[in-house]
Design a protein around this ligand. Structure first.
Ligand code: GCO
Ligand code: MN
Ligand code: MN
Length: 403
């Protein structure tokens, strides 16, 4: 019953698409943007807004996402940085009104500036904690002003390298305090957007506090933030953690915490966070199976947190890359819908639990029985160890039937 548009809620990532240079850790920028001299001035930032909204309008993207420092320049003082942001946000607001493109989420960049060397909310320096708080306060305010439907916290450098000089318990406590302060401020100004944590392991710090969905959910639960913070899950971050993306999505979904996705694809052999555009319909089918099960992502969406690296000199390639990503999602959605409709998967799942539904589960309530009662049951039964083979364990090729 729901339209494809409502299902995807596609979004363009401002940082990659309008600020990305094509550089990688081994080489200098390649992308040339004739309208942009590359300097981080307010004047340039305002010019970029025109290009960005022309791009998004032509693409037919419904949403965009940004960090404070993608849209407006960093400055020597907080006061100046906030003034820069206000100037650009005024123009973003006009452009949103003019084009109908909406803000899926805003966020603060708490990782690029050298002050965040040891993290932001988990920094050992109280001035840095205060600066980060002020920066997030402002970023929540402009997200509210622009009608943002969510607000994202990607941990950036919230983690540590060496435990000998790190008070892990204290840093987690600082982070919890910070998140409660952010929530309090959102409430105070009337911002109703959903807060989202974005898990990511290993980069940039060795031990990230937001390693994966499970680590984030544990933090959320033990700090009284259930529901206040849901998750923005990214495909490449899942593979970096050694998970499949489908695992991360389903793990979040069953905890009622699947908020939004950063759509991309990474190196399946772990590797690093390459943020490539998604083109693989096996991946998008898996994603859409979970999203359909949840009944959509709203107020979240499908944000292309993806870039072209040193494979391109021409920003037009970014346009084609987004089309390719949207196409991969549309195909994945069709396949996932067909799989759900034929009922084969639920049947596989059901037969897997046959012993609960028709065997031991009927004779003895495995959930209520004691270990001693279960032992007595097995001793009386007198059979050899139960054999669970014979069920279909490897069904990934199912997708091939629909391609
Ligand atoms: C990453 C992150 C970044 C963004 C994040 C929002 O790939 O390391 O996802 O791309 O900053 O999505 O802050
Ligand atoms: Mn991301
Ligand atoms: Mn990434």
């Amino acid at each position: 019953g729901q339209s494809m548009k409502d299902l995807f809620r596609f979004s363009v990532a401002y940082w990659h698409t309008f600020r990305g240079t094509g550089s990688d850790p081994f080489g200098a920028p390649t992308l040339k943007r004739p309208w942009d001299d590359g300097t981080d001035s307010v004047e340039n930032a305002l010019k970029r807004v025109d290009v960005a909204f022309e791009f998004m309008t032509k693409l037919g993207a419904e949403f965009y996402c940004f960090h404070d420092r993608d849209v407006a320049p960093e400055a020597p003082t907080l006061k100046q940085a906030n003034a820069n942001l206000d100037k650009v946000v005024a123009k973003l607001k006009d452009k949103q009104k003019e084009t109908g493109v909406k803000l899926l989420w805003g966020t603060a960049n708490l990782f690029s500036h050298p002050r965040y060397l040891h993290g932001a909310a988990t920094s050992c320096n109280a001035d840095v904690f205060a600066y980060a708080a002020a920066q997030v306060k402002k970023a929540i305010e402009v997200t509210y002003e622009l009608g943002g439907e969510n607000y994202v916290f990607w941990g950036g450098r919230e983690g540590y390298t060496n435990l000998f000089n790190t008070d892990l318990n204290r840093e987690l406590a600082h982070l919890a305090k910070f998140m409660h302060m952010a929530h309090d401020h959102a409430k105070a100004i009337g911002f109703k957007g959903q807060f989202l944590f974005e898990p990511k392991p290993k980069e940039p710090t060795k031990h990230q506090y937001d390693f994966d969905a499970a680590a984030c959910l544990n933090f959320i639960g033990r700090n009284g933030l259930d529901g206040v913070i849901k998750l923005n899950l990214e495909a490449n971050h899942a593979t970096l953690a050694g998970h499949s993306f489908m695992h991360e999505l389903e793990y979040a979904r069953i905890h009622n915490a699947l908020g939004s996705i950063d759509a991309n694809t990474g190196d399946l052999l772990l590797g690093w966070d390459t943020d490539q555009f998604p083109t693989d319909i096996y991946l998008t089918t898996q994603i859409m199976l979970v999203i359909l099960e949840q009944g959509g992502l709203k107020p979240g969406g499908t944000n292309f947190d993806a870039k072209v690296r040193r494979e391109s000199f021409d920003p037009v390639d970014l346009f084609h890359a987004h089309i390719g990503g949207m196409d991969a999602f549309a195909r994945g959605a069709k396949i996932a819908a067909a799989i759900r409709k034929d009922g084969i998967l639920p049947e596989f799942v059901k037969t897997r639990y046959a012993s609960y539904d028709s065997g031991i589960g009927q004779k003895i309530d495995t959930g209520k029985a004691s270990f001693a009662e279960l032992e007595k049951y097995m001793l009386e039964k007198g059979e050899a160890a139960p054999n669970t083979s014979g069920r279909q364990e490897w069904i990934e090729n199912l997708i091939n039937q629909y391609v």
